[in-house]
Design a protein around this ligand. Structure first.
Ligand code: 5RP
Length: 220
Protein backbone atom coordinates (compact mmCIF):
# COMPACT_ATOMS: atom_id res chain seq x y z
CA UNK A 1 0.00 0.00 0.00
CA UNK A 2 1.34 3.46 -0.88
CA UNK A 3 1.85 6.24 1.67
CA UNK A 4 -0.97 8.15 0.02
CA UNK A 5 -3.34 5.20 0.37
CA UNK A 6 -2.46 5.03 4.07
CA UNK A 7 -3.23 8.76 4.39
CA UNK A 8 -6.62 8.09 2.80
CA UNK A 9 -7.33 5.32 5.37
CA UNK A 10 -6.61 7.74 8.23
CA UNK A 11 -8.85 10.40 6.66
CA UNK A 12 -11.69 7.89 6.26
CA UNK A 13 -11.45 6.91 9.93
CA UNK A 14 -11.54 10.57 11.00
CA UNK A 15 -14.99 11.03 9.45
CA UNK A 16 -16.62 9.37 12.47
CA UNK A 17 -15.42 12.29 14.65
CA UNK A 18 -17.19 14.98 12.62
CA UNK A 19 -20.13 16.27 14.66
CA UNK A 20 -23.34 16.80 12.70
CA UNK A 21 -24.93 20.27 12.81
CA UNK A 22 -21.70 21.82 14.12
CA UNK A 23 -18.59 23.44 12.62
CA UNK A 24 -15.46 21.40 11.94
CA UNK A 25 -11.90 22.75 12.03
CA UNK A 26 -9.87 21.74 8.98
CA UNK A 27 -6.07 21.61 8.75
CA UNK A 28 -3.79 21.59 5.74
CA UNK A 29 -1.82 19.07 3.67
CA UNK A 30 -2.17 15.99 1.51
CA UNK A 31 -3.77 13.88 4.28
CA UNK A 32 -6.28 16.62 5.03
CA UNK A 33 -7.02 16.91 1.30
CA UNK A 34 -8.39 13.36 1.47
CA UNK A 35 -10.45 14.39 4.48
CA UNK A 36 -11.83 17.45 2.65
CA UNK A 37 -12.85 15.29 -0.31
CA UNK A 38 -14.71 12.96 2.06
CA UNK A 39 -16.25 15.86 3.98
CA UNK A 40 -17.84 17.03 0.73
CA UNK A 41 -20.08 13.96 1.00
CA UNK A 42 -21.65 15.29 4.21
CA UNK A 43 -21.55 19.04 3.56
CA UNK A 44 -25.30 19.39 4.09
CA UNK A 45 -24.98 17.83 7.55
CA UNK A 46 -22.51 20.32 9.07
CA UNK A 47 -22.80 24.06 9.72
CA UNK A 48 -19.54 24.61 7.86
CA UNK A 49 -15.77 24.52 8.25
CA UNK A 50 -13.09 26.77 9.73
CA UNK A 51 -9.99 26.58 7.57
CA UNK A 52 -6.30 26.78 8.46
CA UNK A 53 -5.01 27.88 5.04
CA UNK A 54 -5.85 29.43 1.72
CA UNK A 55 -5.17 26.05 0.07
CA UNK A 56 -7.72 24.21 2.23
CA UNK A 57 -10.24 27.02 1.85
CA UNK A 58 -9.94 26.85 -1.94
CA UNK A 59 -10.37 23.08 -1.94
CA UNK A 60 -13.42 23.23 0.32
CA UNK A 61 -15.03 26.02 -1.70
CA UNK A 62 -14.61 23.95 -4.87
CA UNK A 63 -16.60 21.22 -3.13
CA UNK A 64 -19.27 23.74 -2.03
CA UNK A 65 -18.41 23.33 1.66
CA UNK A 66 -19.24 26.58 3.52
CA UNK A 67 -16.07 28.09 5.05
CA UNK A 68 -16.43 30.47 8.00
CA UNK A 69 -14.08 32.98 9.61
CA UNK A 70 -12.91 31.85 13.03
CA UNK A 71 -14.03 35.22 14.41
CA UNK A 72 -17.61 34.35 13.51
CA UNK A 73 -17.61 30.89 15.10
CA UNK A 74 -17.80 30.36 18.84
CA UNK A 75 -17.66 26.56 19.11
CA UNK A 76 -15.62 24.00 17.18
CA UNK A 77 -16.05 20.52 18.67
CA UNK A 78 -13.41 18.87 16.47
CA UNK A 79 -10.30 19.90 14.56
CA UNK A 80 -8.88 17.47 11.99
CA UNK A 81 -5.29 17.97 10.81
CA UNK A 82 -2.20 16.09 9.69
CA UNK A 83 1.34 16.14 11.08
CA UNK A 84 4.92 15.73 9.97
CA UNK A 85 5.85 13.76 13.10
CA UNK A 86 4.10 12.56 16.26
CA UNK A 87 5.66 11.03 19.35
CA UNK A 88 3.86 8.56 21.60
CA UNK A 89 2.52 11.42 23.76
CA UNK A 90 0.94 12.92 20.60
CA UNK A 91 3.32 15.89 20.69
CA UNK A 92 3.59 16.95 17.07
CA UNK A 93 5.86 18.62 14.58
CA UNK A 94 3.75 20.48 12.03
CA UNK A 95 4.30 23.10 9.37
CA UNK A 96 5.75 21.09 6.51
CA UNK A 97 3.09 22.81 4.41
CA UNK A 98 3.79 26.16 6.06
CA UNK A 99 0.35 26.59 7.65
CA UNK A 100 1.51 26.08 11.25
CA UNK A 101 0.33 29.36 12.77
CA UNK A 102 -3.28 29.19 11.62
CA UNK A 103 -3.26 25.47 12.43
CA UNK A 104 -2.14 26.18 15.97
CA UNK A 105 -4.83 28.83 16.40
CA UNK A 106 -7.63 26.50 15.28
CA UNK A 107 -6.24 23.63 17.35
CA UNK A 108 -6.34 25.95 20.38
CA UNK A 109 -9.90 27.03 19.57
CA UNK A 110 -11.21 23.47 19.22
CA UNK A 111 -12.45 21.09 21.88
CA UNK A 112 -10.85 17.97 20.38
CA UNK A 113 -7.85 17.67 18.04
CA UNK A 114 -7.80 14.56 15.85
CA UNK A 115 -4.50 14.11 14.04
CA UNK A 116 -4.46 12.00 10.87
CA UNK A 117 -1.27 10.61 9.36
CA UNK A 118 0.28 7.58 7.76
CA UNK A 119 2.16 5.24 10.07
CA UNK A 120 5.61 6.54 9.02
CA UNK A 121 4.94 9.73 11.02
CA UNK A 122 5.05 8.05 14.44
CA UNK A 123 8.49 8.42 16.06
CA UNK A 124 10.07 7.88 19.47
CA UNK A 125 11.79 11.28 19.57
CA UNK A 126 10.75 14.37 17.59
CA UNK A 127 13.27 16.14 15.40
CA UNK A 128 14.23 14.01 12.43
CA UNK A 129 11.76 16.06 10.38
CA UNK A 130 13.18 19.61 10.19
CA UNK A 131 11.29 21.80 12.66
CA UNK A 132 9.46 24.70 10.90
CA UNK A 133 9.51 28.11 12.57
CA UNK A 134 7.42 30.97 11.14
CA UNK A 135 9.34 34.22 11.48
CA UNK A 136 8.67 37.90 10.74
CA UNK A 137 10.90 38.58 7.68
CA UNK A 138 13.14 41.25 9.29
CA UNK A 139 14.01 38.87 12.16
CA UNK A 140 15.09 35.97 9.95
CA UNK A 141 18.86 36.12 10.46
CA UNK A 142 18.65 36.97 14.15
CA UNK A 143 16.33 34.02 14.81
CA UNK A 144 18.53 31.74 12.68
CA UNK A 145 21.53 32.60 14.91
CA UNK A 146 19.53 31.80 18.05
CA UNK A 147 18.44 28.45 16.55
CA UNK A 148 22.09 27.59 15.87
CA UNK A 149 22.83 28.26 19.57
CA UNK A 150 20.08 25.73 20.40
CA UNK A 151 22.02 23.13 18.41
CA UNK A 152 20.00 23.22 15.21
CA UNK A 153 20.84 23.98 11.58
CA UNK A 154 18.21 26.43 10.31
CA UNK A 155 17.54 26.55 6.59
CA UNK A 156 15.53 29.40 5.08
CA UNK A 157 12.61 27.99 3.03
CA UNK A 158 13.38 30.19 0.03
CA UNK A 159 10.68 31.39 -2.37
CA UNK A 160 8.02 30.58 0.21
CA UNK A 161 5.78 33.11 1.95
CA UNK A 162 3.18 32.00 4.49
CA UNK A 163 -0.49 32.97 4.27
CA UNK A 164 0.40 35.56 6.93
CA UNK A 165 3.17 37.15 4.82
CA UNK A 166 6.06 35.70 6.80
CA UNK A 167 9.01 33.36 6.17
CA UNK A 168 9.86 29.86 7.42
CA UNK A 169 13.10 28.54 8.86
CA UNK A 170 13.32 24.72 8.80
CA UNK A 171 15.58 23.58 11.62
CA UNK A 172 17.58 20.41 10.94
CA UNK A 173 19.65 18.24 13.30
CA UNK A 174 17.44 18.56 16.36
CA UNK A 175 16.72 15.74 18.78
CA UNK A 176 13.88 17.18 20.83
CA UNK A 177 13.99 15.57 24.26
CA UNK A 178 11.92 18.26 26.04
CA UNK A 179 9.34 19.37 23.46
CA UNK A 180 7.21 21.59 25.73
CA UNK A 181 10.31 23.43 26.97
CA UNK A 182 11.55 23.95 23.40
CA UNK A 183 8.13 25.13 22.21
CA UNK A 184 7.96 27.68 25.03
CA UNK A 185 11.51 28.88 24.53
CA UNK A 186 11.34 29.43 20.75
CA UNK A 187 7.88 31.01 21.02
CA UNK A 188 9.23 33.52 23.55
CA UNK A 189 11.70 35.09 21.07
CA UNK A 190 10.74 38.43 19.54
CA UNK A 191 10.31 37.92 15.80
CA UNK A 192 8.99 34.35 16.03
CA UNK A 193 5.35 34.06 15.03
CA UNK A 194 5.14 30.43 16.06
CA UNK A 195 7.19 27.26 16.17
CA UNK A 196 5.81 24.08 14.61
CA UNK A 197 5.86 22.17 17.90
CA UNK A 198 2.34 21.30 19.05
CA UNK A 199 3.05 20.13 22.59
CA UNK A 200 1.31 22.56 24.94
CA UNK A 201 -1.73 21.57 22.93
CA UNK A 202 -0.95 18.09 21.58
CA UNK A 203 -3.41 15.98 19.62
CA UNK A 204 -6.08 14.17 21.63
CA UNK A 205 -6.27 11.25 19.21
CA UNK A 206 -3.84 10.11 16.51
CA UNK A 207 -5.26 8.07 13.65
CA UNK A 208 -2.55 6.26 11.71
CA UNK A 209 -3.18 4.80 8.30
CA UNK A 210 -1.43 1.43 7.99
CA UNK A 211 -1.45 -1.29 5.31
CA UNK A 212 -3.96 -3.12 7.54
CA UNK A 213 -6.31 -0.17 7.91
CA UNK A 214 -6.58 2.70 10.37
CA UNK A 215 -5.16 2.40 13.87
CA UNK A 216 -6.13 4.75 16.72
CA UNK A 217 -3.37 5.85 19.11
CA UNK A 218 -4.03 7.64 22.41
CA UNK A 219 -1.38 9.44 24.44
CA UNK A 220 0.90 7.16 26.49
C1 5RP B 1 0.93 21.77 7.12
C2 5RP B 1 1.07 20.64 8.07
C3 5RP B 1 0.68 19.28 7.59
O1 5RP B 1 -0.29 18.77 8.45
C4 5RP B 1 1.88 18.38 7.59
O2 5RP B 1 2.89 18.98 6.79
C5 5RP B 1 1.55 17.00 7.05
O3 5RP B 1 1.28 17.07 5.69
P1 5RP B 1 0.85 15.81 4.82
O4 5RP B 1 -0.51 15.43 5.26
O5 5RP B 1 0.90 16.31 3.40
O6 5RP B 1 1.85 14.71 5.06
O7 5RP B 1 1.46 20.78 9.19
O8 5RP B 1 1.42 22.96 7.67
Amino acid sequence: MTQDEMKRKAAEAAMQYVVQDEFVGVGTGSTVNHFIDLLAGMKGKIKGAVSSSVASTDRMKKHGIPVMELNNVDYIPVYIDGADESDHYLNLIKGGGGALTREKIIAAASEKFICIADETKLVDVLGKFPLPVEVIPMARSMIARKLVKLGGRPVWRENFVTDNGNVILDVHNLRIMEPVKMENEINSWAGVVTVGLFCNRPADVLILGTPNGAKTVLSK
